[in-house]
Design a protein around this ligand. Structure first.
Ligand SMILES: C[S@@+](CC[C@H](N)C(=O)[O-])C[C@H]1O[C@@H](n2cnc3c(N)ncnc32)[C@H](O)[C@@H]1O
Length: 243
């Protein structure tokens, strides 16, 4: 899988789960883990701000932040209930034990390979592989961006992948504002994320679009991408065969 450089990763020193988005996650946690005692893995958890929020709200919870960026992991606030692992999501097998909750917040679109097909394989492998880490009452919290096309539903995500992953276009896409220029990023439409979730063996227990965020996308990107709509989607999953 391709990895962003430290200068590209620096922009992820932020927390994307704001108050409205947190309420959405919290409502699901309170319903599914009413005792507040759970083991939590934050895959692509970076600076650990989300894990800190969770630990502050659930004093009996324990967390593990897993990320392949040493730069972002180094920004974690130490906590005896927080473990840090520096590795890539393709090595899930190295993680010990089972988790009640795994969060995959804005990670899947970064699992980029050398082709669109390989990227799809990477995303499916990581999402599907998480089943092996889930406890019997396990849940997965996924935040992703849903890009919906004007003519074809999946077209914007594919165009973004093609434009951002092309190394020869990196100088141009960087100048046009793409932080992932030359490495790539692979967003999908809501329909595509839902299909991937079903194909990897999960069902959606809860879905929401937490906000009406007006995306700061420049007009030429909207035109170039044939974009109808872009929204943050929160998918709360359980294994398809669980209750
Ligand atoms: C957009 S940021 C999201 C950070 C955090 N989950 C949040 O919601 O604020 C993507 C994160 O995924 C991490 N990441 C990207 N590719 C990864 C990989 N192959 N394995 C593990 N982490 C990865 C990045 O280092 C970064 O921390």
């Amino acid at each position: 899988m391709r990895q962003l450089s430290d200068s590209q990763l620096a922009s992820f020193d932020t927390e994307y789960v704001d108050a409205d988005r947190w309420q959405m996650v919290k409502r699901n946690i309170d319903r599914d883990f009413p005792d507040g005692k759970f083991r939590f893995l934050d895959l692509g958890g970076g600076t650990g701000r989300f894990a800190d929020l969770l630990l502050a709200n659930y004093p009996l919870a324990e967390s593990c932040v897993f990320d392949n960026s040493e730069l972002l992991l180094a920004k974690n606030k130490p906590d005896p209930r927080k473990q840090l692992i520096c590795d890539s999501a393709e090595h899930l097998g190295k993680i010990d034990g089972r988790f009640d909750l795994v969060s995959v917040h804005w990670l899947l679109h970064h699992l980029v390979g050398d082709s669109y097909a390989q990227t799809t394989i990477n995303q499916r492998a990581v999402l599907g592989g998480l089943a092996g880490l889930l406890a019997s009452r396990g849940r997965i919290s996924v935040f992703e961006n849903n890009y919906q096309g004007l003519l074809l539903d999946a077209l914007p995500g594919w165009l973004i992948y093609e434009a951002t992953s092309m190394r020869s276009l990196a100088a141009l896409t960087r100048r046009l504002g793409a932080n992932t220029a030359g490495v790539g990023v692979c967003f999908r439409s809501e329909q595509q994320w839902r299909a991937m979730i079903a194909a990897t063996g999960y069902k959606i227990v809860d879905y929401d679009e937490p906000d009406q965020w007006i995306w700061p996308l420049r007009w030429y990107w909207r035109v170039f991408l044939f974009l109808r709509r872009v929204r943050v989607g929160h998918y709360w999953l359980s294994p398809a065969r669980s209750h």
